[in-house]
Design a protein around this ligand. Structure first.
Ligand code: CYC
Length: 214
């Protein structure tokens, strides 16, 4: 059993968490291609270690200029498995209560409990490291159900994360025709980090076998 199996994250998981921790903007892309890409901000705020017992983030997605009114709030948890990294997706039961916690009210995230969020089954993102890139896709099975404007869809998302960019492409697909119903039509959103929060990631004790007794 590797030393990082439960409490201590693997070096790979920590690397991914450091790259993800921050406030991202696609301003460059929005300027280059205004009809297709609205300006969006995505914040991945590290959660204190005790909230999920590992590495997690509180997420807010909002249109630029409307940061106080996010259109999506989520909690994600990074877990190492034998076959790679898995991102588990959760939704806050009372989103209003946590609004603003990605930025100004981040101190309140220490109050977050597992009882405040619900796990979205079928929505895990499976991640593989490919050189200096983490590549993720929704788990197989087309089970990540998203109802939008009364229409049931399944989510198909892809993620590319490097030190300098976070790219994601969320598409809602029709369960019978497999045609895209919602989401970007012109490819992935391309985000650059505008604020870095990696120093807020919880620190984990080194392998106890390497520590001298106190
Ligand atoms: C939904 N986006 C979702 C969902 C997931 C992700 C799992 C479905 C569950 C939910 O509603 O929370 C995406 N999860 C991810 C990604 C990762 C992950 C990318 C890797 C870290 O773990 N999404 C974008 C664009 C924007 C967008 C910037 C425009 C298309 O990346 C929108 N995502 C968006 C919307 C929904 C969504 C509108 C549906 C929310 C709803 O209506 O319920």
């Amino acid at each position: 059993m590797p030393a990082w199996s439960d409490r201590t994250p693997s070096p790979q998981l920590l690397q991914m968490a450091r790259w993800l921790a921050g406030d991202f903007s696609n301003q460059e892309q929005a300027w280059e291609n205004p009809p297709f890409f609205a300006q969006i901000r995505v914040a991945y705020r590290p959660l204190p270690a005790q909230v999920l017992g590992g590495i997690g983030f509180y997420v807010e997605q909002a249109y630029g200029g409307h940061l106080g009114d996010p259109y999506r709030q989520a909690v994600v948890e990074l877990r190492q498995t034998d076959s790679g990294i898995v991102i588990r997706n959760y939704r806050p039961l009372e989103p209003e209560r946590w609004r603003g916690c990605a930025r100004e009210q981040a101190d309140q995230l220490s109050q977050l409990k597992v009882e405040d969020i619900t796990y979205l089954s079928g929505c895990d993102v499976h991640v593989q490291q490919q050189g200096s890139l983490f590549v993720g896709v929704t788990e197989p099975g087309q089970k990540c159900c998203v109802v939008r404007k009364g229409q049931t869809t399944y989510l198909q998302t892809t993620l590319h994360l490097s030190e300098s960019e976070f790219c994601s492409h969320d598409q809602g697909m029709d369960p019978s025709t497999h045609q895209q119903v919602w989401g970007a039509l012109a490819g992935a959103f391309r985000f650059q980090k505008v604020v870095d929060w990696q120093s807020e990631l919880p620190s984990f004790p080194a392998d106890p076998a390497l520590q001298s007794p106190t």
